[in-house]
Structure formats: C-alpha cells, structure tokens
Write a protein that binds this ligand. Structure first.
Ligand code: GDP
Ligand code: MG
Length: 437
C-alpha cells in the first residue's frame, strides 16, 4: 500500500499550489488507504471532502511535491479528528467509578484488570474490581483470577444475584474498605440488544460512574459505527478503549469512534498481558492509519527549515541591495538542509539552470565557503568589493585555502548577487515575479 502511495507521489511534482487537479490522484489513494485501514466508508467520504476543501490553494514549499503536502495535511486533519491531546482519567474523585461496557469479547474484563494494575502501580490507588457480568460463571472466575494475579480485591457474588444488586453492594463495600477507584466489569453480548442496554442503564443509575468506557476490538470493521452509536445513545459514554492493536489492525476504528461519538479514546490495548495498555496518542495513531509517517516527517522538516519569515527577510535585504556574504552563506545553509539545491531553485520561475551537485559535493562546498567567510571581517562580509589582494592573502592564511579558492567564492557571490537582482521583483507572497526582470 505504501508503495502505491509512493508511486503516486512521484508522478506529480513541480507545482507551486495545491489544486483540485494535482491533489486528485493522491486523495484517491488516501481514500483507499483509509478504507483499507477499516475506517467507515461514510466517515472516509466526509473526511476527504473536508480535507480537500482545506488543502485547496495551499503552498507547496521548496522541493516538495503536491502529493507529499496533501499527505501532511491529511495527517494533521487525522490528528485533529483523533483528538490532538492525550486524554487521561481523573482519579481524584473519592471514589472514582469506572464502568466498562462493550460487546462480548471486546476486552472489557482484560482492560478492567489492566486499568486496576495501572492505577495501583502508577497512581498509588486502592482499586476494587466488581464482577457484574453474571451470565457466565467463567466470566466471574476470569475477573477473580485477574484480581489474584494483581493483588487487587474483586467484589463478586457468583452468578446468582442480579448485576444491579451486586453493583449496589459493591459501592457500599468500597466505601467501607476505602477503595478509591471502583471498576465495574459488565456483561456483553455478541450484538447489541435491549435487555443488555436496560441492565447497563440500571447499573449506571446505581453507580453514577464518572467514566463509562466503551471497549472496542480494533478488528471490528465497519460495524464499529453501529456499536459506537448505540452504546453512546443509550449510555452517553465518556471515553473509549481500542483493544487488540497488537494485531494487524491499522486502527481505523479509532477514527470512526471519534467521528461518531466525539468522546476521547483514553486507552489502547496492545496485548493479552496485564501491562499491555497504553495511553492514546493521536499523532501516532494517525501515522498508523495512514501508513505514511516518513512522508509526514519529511514535509515537517522542509516546512520547518523553509521558515517563511526568514525567506521574507532575505528577500527584503536583497531588494534593498543589502545582500552580503553572510546572506549568501545562510541561504546556502538553508538550501543544504533542504536537499539538492537545483530541486528547489527550479521551482522559482525564470531561474537559470543550476548544475546538479551531489550530497558530498555540496557538503564540501558548504564547508569550504563557511571556512572562508568565517575568516573575513564584518565589513568584508557586508561589502566584498573591498576585498583587495592584501585582504585576500590575509583571508587565505586564516582559513588555510589558496587565493584561487577565495576568488572562486567571490565569483560565486557575484553570480548569486546577479541572481538575487533578477529575483528582486520576485514576490514570495504570490510565488512569481511582480514584473518581468
Ligand atoms: P470481554 O468479553 O469484553 O470481557 O473480553 P475479554 O477481556 O474476556 O477479552 C477477550 C479476549 O481478548 C481474551 O482472550 C483477551 O485475552 C483478549 N484481549 C483483550 N484485550 C486484548 C489486547 O489488547 N490484545 C490482544 N491480543 N488480546 C486481547
Ligand atoms: Mg468479560
């Protein structure tokens, strides 16, 4: 999949702005990537439409290709949708009541144990696990075993009592025993049904949970939308947990859950073991869903280096005829960070062809330029025309190069200055010359 996206990236290049046309192919690929990541098709449709609108007309900086910029915009939109910040649980209420809900097999019981483990170790809390899944004896035993492993008390009454009454008693028990976090494990079904929802609503009324966490298996697929909306409508969930992310799932379900419920995803499950739980990091998940982390970091790097303010400053200095050796050096350094010089400069309309330098060449050249310029005085850097033979000899001695190297540098400076003059009426705001040079 990543290869296919890379292929699309290569096809479109050398365009200064994002247009409907140069985004089209990449957006198609991204649509497919999201669907393959199990994001609900309706969610994908709405997401692509809104992203496209935002991306239109945005700049394609430096040597970047439109497709790469689109990937970055999509990534940022994904992060935005997934929640931007890391959501946590406030354990300060005494007691804090957490209710786990979800379909059968989603990972409620396991996650209840993981949270109990986490808060007793990391938050120095005294949790109580409550066995309110009374439909299978094995479910109660499972929680009891977890409690023993973790050394956390489990309130259970087997399967002979209603879930509601167990929860009621457990609340009292927790108060008497100073348990400061109560985690209620509830029953699930294979599909959503009315009696279960009724029972969960009753438990909610009795326990007044601060958190109702919907536990969802990341492998659920398209049905995740129905699950999330039903549980949210009936119970007003406060957060979600996406489990089994240690498997093949690309985690697209996270996007569907957020889109449908708008509640934060508070944890992810990354294995069967009791410490296999993690906070939910929106940017990591966006990378995982899109599968294009490398492109995103490339674009970030370029945008970082290609600081628009810096560029504007250089243009201003250039336009007022103040271009000196320090400016040339800082330009070279900036361009060096961006990769091959020619790739970037050819983006500028009317730019003369520049011989291609390989990485080693340009590294060497930059080092040489630096050492020469560093051996010059401030005045010489500002106005190289004052550099006569005596000065050249002094500079050459200072940097350990010969006079020819100094002459080459000064010649290069004259060339750059000419180029800058040519660009003097280049308007970086509109990305083209305001008038013909
Ligand atoms: P419940 O029916 O919702 O209570 O689900 P369980 O907690 O009993 O989990 C069902 C199965 O999924 C068990 O075999 C768990 O070990 C497994 N499971 C739960 N969470 C994870 C996870 O994050 N990763 C993996 N690989 N398995 C998990
Ligand atoms: Mg269970």
């Amino acid at each position: 999949l990543s290869e296919r996206l890379q292929g699309t990236l290569k096809k479109v290049s050398g365009q200064g702005r994002l247009t409907e046309k140069n985004m089209e192919e990449m957006l198609t690929e991204i649509r497919l990537a999201l669907l393959e990541a199990d994001v609900n098709f309706q969610v994908v449709k709405e997401f692509i439409a809104s992203t496209k609108e935002k991306a239109l007309g945005q700049d394609v900086l430096g040597s970047l290709k439109p497709g790469q910029v689109v990937v970055k915009i999509v990534h940022d939109e994904l992060v935005e949708l997934l929640g931007t910040s890391v959501a946590t649980i406030d354990y300060d209420k005494k007691p804090t009541v957490i209710m786990m809900v979800g379909l059968q097999g989603s990972g409620k019981t396991t996650t209840a144990g993981k949270i109990a483990n986490l808060i007793s170790k990391k938050h120095a809390k005294k949790p109580l696990l409550v066995a309110a899944d009374i439909y299978r004896p094995a479910a109660v035993d499972q929680l009891k075993t977890l409690g023993e492993q973790l050394n956390v008390p489990v309130y259970e009454k087997g399967t002979s009592q209603s879930a509601e009454s167990i929860v009621e008693e457990a609340m009292r028990f927790a108060r008497e025993n100073n348990n400061d976090v109560i985690i209620i494990d509830t029953a699930g079904r294979l599909h959503i049904d009315e009696p279960l929802m009724k029972e969960l609503s009753n438990i909610k009324q009795i326990a007044h949970p601060h958190e109702i966490l919907l536990v969802v298996d990341a492998l659920t697929g398209q049905d995740i939308v129905n699950v999330a909306s039903s549980f949210n409508e009936q119970l007003s969930i406060t957060g979600a947990v996406l489990t089994k992310l240690d498997g093949d799932s690309r985690g697209g379900g996270a996007l569907s859950i957020r889109h449908i419920t708008h509640v934060p995803i508070k944890f992810i499950g990354t294995g069967e073991k009791l410490d296999a739980i993690d906070l939910f990091y929106p940017d990591r998940m966006a990378d995982r869903i899109l599968g294009m982390g490398d492109v995103v970091s490339l674009v970030e790097k370029v945008q970082d280096v290609y600081d628009e303010k810096d560029t504007m400053k250089t243009y201003k200095r250039m336009q007022s005829g103040q271009f000196g050796l320090d400016d040339m050096l800082s330009q070279m350094q900036q361009l060096r960070k961006l990769g091959p010089l020619s790739g970037i400069l050819k983006m500028i309309p009317g730019m003369p062809k520049i011989p291609k330098l390989n990485d080693e060449d340009s590294d060497r050249k930059l080092k040489e330029t630096e050492s020469i310029i560093f051996s010059m005085t401030k005045e010489e850097r500002r106005d190289p025309s004052i550099i006569n033979l005596a000065r050249k000899e002094r500079i050459a001695k200072g940097c350990g190069k010969d006079i020819a190297a100094i002459n080459r540098l000064l010649k290069q400076f004259e060339e750059s200055k000419k180029m800058m003059k040519m660009l003097g009426n280049f308007d970086p705001e509109i990305g083209m010359p305001t008038q013909k040079p």
